[in-house]
Design a protein. Structure first.
Length: 231
C-alpha cells in the first residue's frame, strides 16, 4: 500500500491532493467567480472569509517560529493578513471589521488551523502548504480575473492578497518551498499524517466554497451548493 518510499515528500503531498485540487478548482463558486458570473459582493465575502483563515494561520507564526518542523516555512514575505486588510478596506470601507462574520465553514476551518498551530507543527505545515503554495500558483489566475471583472487596479487595492511584493521569483520560491517539504524532519508515519491533514485542508476549502456557492447561486453553482446555509 505504501508506495511512498523514496518518493520526495513534495511529490507525495501534491499527488495525494491532486484530485481534491481539481474538485476545488471546479467548484461552482470558483467556476462562477473565474467565469465572471459573480458580483463584487461575492468576491468581497470570499476575501473576508480568507481574512479569518489567514488570521488563524498567521496568529500561530510567533509560537512556531523556532519550531524545527514548522519554523523553516514561516517566511515573512508570505504574510497575507496586512494585504487582506488593505483589500477589505477598499472593498468594504474603513468600518469593514464591524460587519465581518465567519461563515460556519470558515469558523470550522480557522478552528482547525488554530488547533494544529497549538498542538501539531506537522499538521500546521499541511495547512500552510495548502494555502500559500496555492496562492502563489492558481491565486495568480484569480487575481487576473478579479482585475478584469471588477476593475481593480492591476496588483492594486482589492487584489493585494494575490500580490507577493517581496517574492520576485515565485517559481524559485516554490522550488525552495518544495525542498523544505522534502527535508521535513518526520518519519514515514508522520509524513502520512501530514498528507492526511492536507487532504483535510482541501476539504475545508471545498466546504467553504460550497457555503459561498449557496449564497451566490447562479444556477450553475447550485449543483455544488450542498445543503441549506444557516445564517
Ligand atoms: C480556480 C482556482 C484554482 C486554480 C486555477 C488553481 C491553479 C493551480 C495551478 C495552475 C497550480 C500549479 C502551479 C505549479 O505547478 O507551480 C496550482 C498549484 C497548487 N494549488 Fe491551485 N488552483 C486553484 C485553486 C486552489 C485551491 C482552492 C487550493 C487550496 C486551497 C489550491 C492549492 C494549490 C496548491 C497547494 C498547489 C501547489 C501544488 C504543488 O505543486 O505542490 N489551489 N494551482
Amino acid at each position: 500500500m505504501d508506495a511512498s518510499h523514496g518518493t520526495p515528500f513534495s511529490t507525495l503531498i501534491r499527488t495525494a491532493s491532486q484530485e481534491q485540487h481539481t474538485e476545488a478548482e471546479n467548484s461552482g463558486f470558483m467556476s462562477d467567480m473565474l467565469g465572471g458570473r459573480l458580483g463584487v459582493a461575492a468576491y468581497a465575502l470570499y476575501t473576508e472569509q480568507l481574512w479569518f483563515v489567514y488570521g488563524a494561520l498567521e496568529d500561530a507564526v510567533d509560537r512556531l517560529s523556532e519550531d524545527p518542523v514548522a519554523g523553516p516555512f514561516l517566511r515573512p514575505e508570505l504574510l497575507r493578513v496586512p494585504e487582506l486588510e488593505r483589500d477589505l478596506t477598499h472593498l468594504r470601507g474603513p468600518g469593514w471589521r464591524d460587519g465581518a462574520v465567519p461563515l460556519p465553514a470558515t469558523a470550522a476551518y480557522a478552528a482547525r488551523v488554530t488547533e494544529v498551530g497549538r498542538s501539531w507543527p506537522g499538521g500546521y505545515v499541511a495547512h500552510h502548504y495548502t494555502r500559500y503554495l496555492g496562492d502563489l500558483s492558481g491565486g495568480q489566475i484569480i487575481r487576473g480575473t478579479a482585475e478584469k471583472t471588477w476593475g481593480f487596479e492591476r496588483k492594486g487595492d482589492g487584489v493585494r492578497f494575490y500580490v507577493f511584493e517581496e517574492i520576485a521569483n515565485p517559481a524559485a520560491f516554490k522550488r525552495e518551498y518544495r525542498a523544505l517539504l522534502d527535508a521535513l524532519p518526520a518519519d514515514d508515519l508522520e509524513k502520512q499524517r501530514v498528507v492526511d491533514e492536507c487532504r483535510r485542508a482541501f476539504a475545508l476549502n471545498t466546504a467553504l466554497f460550497r457555503e459561498l456557492g449557496a449564497r451566490f447561486a447562479t444556477g450553475r453553482s447550485a449543483t455544488g451548493a450542498g445543503g441549506p446555509l444557516s445564517a
